[in-house]
Structure formats: C-alpha cells, structure tokens
Design a protein around this ligand. Structure first.
Ligand code: ADP
Length: 382
C-alpha cells in the first residue's frame, strides 16, 4: 500500500497555513503545520516529512536557518520556500543553500499544487536513484566475490594438478622398484623383508590412487564450459568399463548382473566424463560389496534422459552420511571403520561431471543392506 506523502507547513501567517491545508489535503497529502520557527524546528527534529513549505521570514527566526536541520534529519526532504515580494532575494539565497524551489506570496492554488507535485517527484526520483545505487553496489560486490572465488578455485585446481603430475612419475617409479624387489629379481628376500615390502607396495598403491583421483578431479573441474558436449554412446562406454572390472569382480567374488536395452542410448556428455562416472560407480559397488554379494547395472531411457542405475548388496551408507557423499575427501564412517581403502574423491568427480552434463544423481541406501546410485543424463538431440 502506498503511504500518503507528509507535508509540513511552517509559517507564522494563519491564512497561509490554513490555505495550504485546504488545497493540499484534498489532493491526497497529509498536512501538519507549525506557527513559528521554534515550533517548526521541534517538528523537524521529531518527525519525518517528505516536503516542507517554509516561510522565509518569521518573527522568531529565518527560514533559511531551518534548512540545515531539515537536511540533517533526511537529506532527501524537499524544502520549498514561501516568500513575500520584498524577500525574493533571500529566497534565491535559500535555494543556493539547498532549498528546492520558492513560491512568492500571494500564490495561486495551481502554483502551490504543481510546485508540491514537482518537489515530491524529485524526492521520489532521487530516492529511486539511491536505491538503484545500493543495488548496483551490491551486484558489483557479489560479482567481484564470485570472480575471486572462481580465481581461487582455478588456482587450487591447477596447483593440485601440478603437484599430482609431479608426484605421479616418481611414485610409479618407486612402485615398480618395489615390485622388482618383491619378485626376487634383486636377490632372495627373507619372509620378514617380503612382508615389509608388501606393506610398502600397498601404501604406494593407495598413494597412486590418490594422485590419479586428484588428477581426475582437476580434469572434471577444469571442464571448459565453452567446449560443446558430444554425443556419447552409453552402452559402448558401459561395456568397456564393465570389462575392466571383470577380473576384480571374479576374484572377490561379486557377481555383476547387467540389463541394457537393445536400442543404443546416446547422451549429451564427454566420453571421458561418462567413463569416469561409470568407473567410479561400478568400482565402488564392487569395492563396498562383501564376497558373495552382487552388483546390478542397468540403463534405460525415460524419453528425456538416459537413466543409469548401479545397485549393490554391500555395506550401504547411513542416512547421516548420505547427505555428504560427493563432498571432496568425504568418506562414510562405516567404509572407514571397516577398513575399505579409498580417497573420498571418486564421488565428487562423479558429481562434477553430472552437473556439467546437466544431469541428476540420486542415492538410495540402507546401511548393511546395499545402495542404489541413479544417474540421469539428458539424451543427445540433433
Ligand atoms: P572412496 O575412494 O572412499 O571410495 P568415493 O568418493 O568414491 O571415495 O566415495 C565416497 C564415499 O561414499 C565412500 O568413502 C563410501 O563411504 C561411500 N560410498 C560410495 N559408494 C558406495 C557404495 N556403493 N556402497 C557403500 N558406500 C559407498
């Protein structure tokens, strides 16, 4: 609801005060009045007005001396000076000191109304301009903060990539030397030496895993927004990923069941990204499912999206931890306590790619029973 504009008339002449009220009240304004400089000053200090009609000369003070207190209260309050013929010069001076306009006595109803309307319009415009300035400033500050956050994020990614790159070759080198030692190619090993070296090999495996995950995460983050997405055949990538896990599943053993539609599904993605999503989901399902369990991989189309589902009968995820899956380095308590190796990076890679491909991810899980990861990716359209 729009509130009425509030106008104060400060004039020692009762005729002017009454006249202003008679003209302005029917025009929809709320009018208050003061009969002297002192009374006017008190009202200015206690209340807020949109516009003040101000007699330039009053027995107890000059209207010009009220301009400073008026603008101290509210710089946007509009002051219009009322002046007699003899004091026009003073009215001009008051304008120099911040009054908006003046009207000389005797004045017509029309002149009073148009001057007041113009004054109030000026107030409305300068308040709009102020609001706009505040909004512009806020928008500028937000854009700046976003730019800085993006810069920092880019720096973190490129730093992680650089460190991971530099670490990968020496770690892989040490791993191959350890394997050479373990195979006895540099002389017989005692049982104790073999045991220690096997532990070293396990640690190195983990380290290489971490480095590779960091590199994959950096790659998923640095996906060029401008680079167009490609048509990627889901079944081809999925078959390749499943073949890569055949040996691991067989040796555990975990049975992999698959249900793929006959007609080829093609999504809007990048091949590396889809490969990474599926490798992480299938790899996790096998890893977190104890021997004897099974993993089910399905895909279908719902007309809009390809729906990929990886379900397992593994350790599951507690409701408390479920909300955090996909945060960098987050690992659920049970995975950690039961000694499953991992870095907590795979799911954040999955999340990055799913977002980039405008897809959705849903996880349904019950601790001790198993989990179902469902990914929807938009189908490729010509
Ligand atoms: P990690 O290298 O630890 O497996 P991920 O980022 O791939 O890291 O997964 C994050 C966490 O999500 C895991 O540590 C595990 O707690 C949980 N998780 C992922 N997939 C499964 C699954 N299929 N079953 C149970 N827990 C899972």
């Amino acid at each position: 609801m729009e509130t009425k504009s509030r106008i104060l008339v400060i004039d020692d002449e009762i005729g002017i005060r009454k006249g202003c009220r008679r003209v302005l009240e029917p025009a929809g304004y709320t009018i208050d009045s003061a009969a002297s400089f002192r009374e006017g000053l008190n009202k200015i200090k206690q209340e807020q007005f949109d516009l003040i009609l101000l007699d330039v000369m009053m027995p107890d003070g000059r209207g010009v001396d009220l301009l400073a207190p008026i603008h101290d209260q509210d710089p946007e309050t509009v002051a219009v000076v009322i002046t007699g013929y003899a004091t026009v010069e003073m009215a001009v001076e008051t304008i120099k000191r911040g009054a908006y306009d003046f009207i000389a006595k005797p004045f017509t109803t029309d002149l009073l109304l148009t001057t007041v309307q113009r004054g109030l319009e000026k107030r409305r415009l300068s308040m709009d301009a102020q609001r706009l300035q505040v909004l512009e400033k806020q928008a500028y500050e937000q854009a700046l903060a976003k730019q800085q956050a993006e810069k920092l994020d880019k720096f973190k990614s490129s730093f992680a990539t650089m460190v991971a790159h530099e670490l990968r070759s020496p770690v892989a080198g040490v791993q191959s030397l350890v394997r050479t030692l373990l195979r006895g190619m540099a002389g017989e090993l005692s049982d104790q030496q073999a045991e220690v070296l096997t532990r070293v090999e396990t640690r190195l495996d983990f380290l290489l895993h971490l480095i590779n995950d960091l590199l994959a995460l950096a790659a998923s983050k640095s996906l060029d927004e401008e680079k167009p997405l490609q048509p990627v055949p889901v079944q081809t990538v999925l078959q390749r990923v499943l073949e890569g896990f055949t040996e691991e599943a067989r040796s555990k053993p975990v049975e992999i069941k698959q249900s793929l539609p006959a007609e080829p599904l093609v999504v809007r993605a990048s091949e590396d990204g889809l490969d990474s999503i599926l490798r992480n989901l299938v790899g996790n399902a096998i890893k977190y499912t104890p021997a004897g369990g099974n993993v089910r991989v399905e895909c279908e189309s719902d007309g809009e999206d390809a729906v990929l589902r990886v379900a397992d009968t593994g350790i599951g995820i507690s409701t408390e931890d479920l909300a955090h899956i996909g945060e960098e380095f987050f690992r659920a308590k049970n995975a950690h306590l039961q000694g499953f190796p991992g870095t907590g990076l795979g799911m954040s890679i999955v999340r990055q790619y799913v977002d980039r491909f405008d897809g959705q991810m849903n996880i349904a899980s019950e601790e001790g029973k198993g989990s179902t990861f469902t990914i929807k990716l938009p189908l490729w359209r010509e």
